[in-house]
Design a protein around this ligand. Structure first.
Ligand SMILES: Nc1nc2c(c(=O)[nH]1)N[C@H]1C(S)=C(S)[C@@H](COP(=O)(O)OP(=O)(O)OC[C@H]3O[C@@H](n4cnc5c(=O)[nH]c(N)nc54)[C@H](O)[C@@H]3O)O[C@H]1N2
Ligand SMILES: Nc1nc2c(c(=O)[nH]1)N[C@H]1C(S)=C(S)[C@@H](COP(=O)(O)OP(=O)(O)OC[C@H]3O[C@@H](n4cnc5c(=O)[nH]c(N)nc54)[C@H](O)[C@@H]3O)O[C@H]1N2
Ligand code: SF4
Ligand SMILES: [Mo]
Length: 706
């Protein structure tokens, strides 16, 4: 058999690793490896990314649109029939119950397809409904809340590749290839390069993670205490006068209010509460604020999934502000390569509090963040009767039945919908409850760009890359790019969609190239130049710099608004845990949330999820590896095998999410169990973004006697 190779890049996660794929004469994938000639990622690639060949050729892959029959089985139908019926049903629901009865949910798979990244949002909008949801609001939307309450510095924080220090709260970029601000292109190499130039790494995590093992300073608290730790750090820094007073004088009026707000968070109080040594807290404060003068603090899912996430993010931004850790006039900025450029001035854009204006949800009176409603209310929007009750949901590249807390309630809600449509290549738990499943092309079968909506945090320089279609879909399949399903539904309903401000035809389907060139129309790079650059384009000839701010600008950061003060008080008065352990989120190297965990080679490594415990806790509970434990919250209970993790601190149990079948059908040894059976969606969700806590919660656990 004659084979040939092509170069392209992986779009499963933020790494965007350059790869070399081997194809047969029919352009089907045979093999894949990291591309050592790729200047961005230099050969790095991970196990799950290298399983793309298996995913593309998988016998589990859905290859034609499926319709659910009254007996619950799925029957292949033509694309035309599926889209006709879906459009008619949506129209019927909308005519009967109003446009607000239609909702959309976009997950990770949707975010990583450039041709359709915004299309479900546009479709829901064109239908006249404000009810767009996404995985962002069960992830790190507290970052948007923080900017919304504190204000925005247009040039951004001092990036990883420039600062003296980089401090991470609850993120493990060497495994997750994520973490806002970290250089994820071959992350270990980038970290080593940064350390060689003298950068100090500080990590705050209940687990001595793969990343933490490279830290200069490592603080290992119990989970859920980041807001207290941050209040303590700010207290110490202001107490010692280690803040950047000039920056504070110029851009923040309420440093004194913040100082008063953190007064109760003395080092000894915080040390006791977070279960760390007082000395280690001082070490973090001293290295970050006194020894180092540039470089910022960031966070990932750890703090953002714990209670008080909005407060934690707010205080991280306060820490960066009082220490002046932002790009300054004359510094080079990364404006991205695809987005239109706009001037980055050294001045504050005052707290926009987007959610205060405009549409408010009928459930909980939540406003919109980045044009979307928080996913923490989706299930109630479906279950709560009345005007505006959601009856139809379109899911694009997500698995909400796996990813949203209180899985029983999610299943009840999704089962009660009049119409559930899922665009997904695999029979996920969400797909299993759907009326129609529309299978898309997979990544190497479509044209694409890196995730351009986040481009300036993916690479430190303005860089982007185009990939053409690399391989053909399996023989006899009827799959199309995601966007064609969404555009198809719109077209059949007589609607025309917008694509990043440009109207698309309602009758003639755009090509993928049309969409990508539209998306990139404000880029300084000529699109033809981009498509003919095999390793992409870095805009190093046209650097952008931070411009002087207006010296008379009245705008200042809001370090201590009233709602933050209330949250500080509530956090301070939080009652003591009634349980001896706290739950912690964590990700696994070999799986990406729920995606790909059913591939045979992944199953071989990860047949089911397990609970990680420190060996001392295991001894204390009389547990050996492989024993079953129950984990119980006020809300639910799961049974799971236990495994020792010497890197996890005592008093913490860590269970990865994404596993488990539908709750009444699941078999632990073949599917694992959903940690979302333990978590609640109701009483504890946060204000503003309705974030349900998923980490840092008290749990009981013990041995299940066999
Ligand atoms: N308990 C608990 N719950 C959590 C978390 C946690 O840590 N703990 N983490 C949360 C976080 S951070 C997130 S982001 C969410 C994840 O939330 P989701 O995005 O809802 O879930 P994923 O499992 O990532 O689902 C991605 C889906 O995209 C599909 N897919 C892959 N490629 C394509 C494609 O090209 N096109 C289409 N249409 N689909 C594709 C995959 O098959 C998969 O079903 O879960 C959240 N839930
Ligand atoms: N291999 C792999 N990569 C992934 C994913 C995956 O599932 N697998 N998922 C992708 C997605 S959707 C996302 S959002 C990103 C997430 O990226 P990360 O946030 O970097 O994900 P994790 O590796 O789980 O790191 C979270 C860390 O927070 C710690 N932690 C838990 N609770 C707390 C707490 O209360 N406080 C503090 N300080 N730390 C805490 C955990 O011990 C863990 O080390 O990863 C992405 N990349
Ligand atoms: S790290 Fe991410 S981008 Fe790189 S190969 Fe793995 S999944 Fe793909
Ligand atoms: Mo995520």
């Amino acid at each position: 058999m004659k084979t040939h190779e092509k170069i392209t890049f992986c779009r499963m996660c933020m790494g965007h690793c350059g790869v070399v794929v081997t194809l047969d004469e029919d352009e089907h994938l045979l093999d894949i490896r990291g591309d050592h000639d790729d200047p961005q990622t230099m050969g790095y690639a991970c196990f799950k990314g290298m399983k793309a060949v298996e995913a593309h050729n998988s016998s589990e892959r859905i290859l034609t649109p499926l319709k659910r029959m009254p007996d619950g089985s799925f029957k292949p139908v033509s694309r035309e029939q599926a889209l006709d019926e879906i459009a008619q049903k949506i129209q019927h629901i909308s005519d009967r119950d109003g446009a607000e009865a239609i909702a959309g949910y976009k997950g990770g798979g949707g975010f990583f397809t450039s041709t359709s990244v915004n299309m479900l949002n546009e479709l829901i909008k064109a239908m006249g409904s404000p009810k767009m949801f996404s995985s962002v609001t069960i992830d790190q939307s507290s970052k948007a809340v923080a900017l919304g309450r504190i204000g925005i510095w247009p040039a951004g924080r001092m990036p990883f590749n420039q600062g003296d220090v980089f401090m991470i709260f609850g993120g493990n970029p060497l495994v997750s290839i994520a973490t806002n601000g970290f250089d994820t292109r071959n992350p270990l190499k980038r970290l080593k390069q940064a350390k060689e130039r003298g950068m100090k790494l500080i990590v705050i995590d209940p687990r001595r993670t793969e990343t933490a093992r490279h830290a200069d300073v490592f603080l290992q608290p119990i989970p859920g205490e980041d807001s207290a730790i941050l209040a303590g750090l700010i207290h110490m820094i202001l107490d010692r006068g280690w803040q950047d007073q000039d920056f504070c004088d110029a851009y923040a009026d309420d440093v004194e209010a913040l100082r008063k707000g953190v007064a109760k968070f003395t080092p000894s109080y915080v040390a006791k509460r977070a279960k760390v040594a007082e000395d280690s807290l001082w070490q973090v404060a001293e290295v970050f604020a006194h020894q180092c003068k540039t470089g910022s603090a960031t966070s990932a899912t750890g703090p953002d999934m714990s209670p008080n996430a909005n407060l934690s993010e707010h205080l991280i931004e306060c820490l960066n502000i009082i220490c002046g850790r932002f790009l300054r006039e004359g510094d080079p900025v990364n404006p991205g390569a695809i987005a239109a450029r706009w001037p980055r001035k050294a001045e504050v854009m005052p707290a926009p509090r987007w959610w205060d204006e405009g549409y408010k949800s009928r459930v909980g009176d939540f406003g919109l963040i980045d044009g979307e409603l928080p996913t923490g209310i989706l299930v109630d929007e479906i279950l709560q009767p009345g005007k505006g009750q959601v009856k139809c949901l379109i899911v694009h590249g997500g698995n909400p039945v796996s990813s949203i807390p209180n899985q029983h309630k999610v299943v009840e809600a999704f089962s009660s919908l009049d119409l559930l449509v899922t665009i997904d290549p695999f029979m996920t738990v969400t797909a299993q409850l759907s009326d129609y499943i529309l299978p898309p092309t997979l990544q190497y079968e479509r044209e694409d760009l890196p995730i351009f909506i986040y481009e300036s945090i993916v690479t430190p320089e303005p860089y982007t890359r185009y990939t053409d279609v690399i391989s053909k879909p399996p023989k006899n399949s009827d799959v199309v790019d995601d966007y064609l399903y969404l555009w198809g539904i719109a077209s059949k309903m007589g609607l025309s969609l917008e694509c990043f401000g440009e109207k698309l035809s309602g009758t003639k389907a755009p090509s993928a190239r049309d969409i990508l060139s539209t998306v990139a129309r404000f880029s300084p790079i000529d699109f033809d130049e981009l498509t003919s650059a095999p390793y992409g384009v870095t805009l190093d000839q046209e650097p952008q710099f931070v411009e002087p701010g207006d010296p008379d600008s009245p705008h200042r950061f809001s370090l201590y608004p009233d709602d933050v003060g209330i949250e500080m008080e509530l956090m301070f008065n939080q009652s003591e845990d009634a349980q001896p352990y706290r739950l912690a989120v964590r990700r696994l190297r070999d799986a990406l949330n729920s995606a790909a965990i059913n591939l045979p080679s992944v199953k071989q490594r990860l047949p089911f999820n397990r609970a990680y415990l420190n060996p001392a806790d295991m001894a204390q509970e009389g547990l050996s590896e492989g024993d079953y434990i129950y984990i119980r919250t006020d809300h639910g209970e799961i049974t799971v095998q236990v495994v020792a993790d010497e890197y996890l601190r005592e008093g913490v149990v860590s269970v990865p999410h994404g596993f488990g079948g539908l709750p009444d059908k699941t078999d632990y040894l073949s599917d694992g169990v959903s940690v979302n059976l333990l978590l609640s969606l109701d009483e504890t969700r946060s204000t503003i973004n309705a974030m349900p806590p998923m980490s840092g919660l008290p749990v009981a656990l013990g041995k299940v006697q066999s």
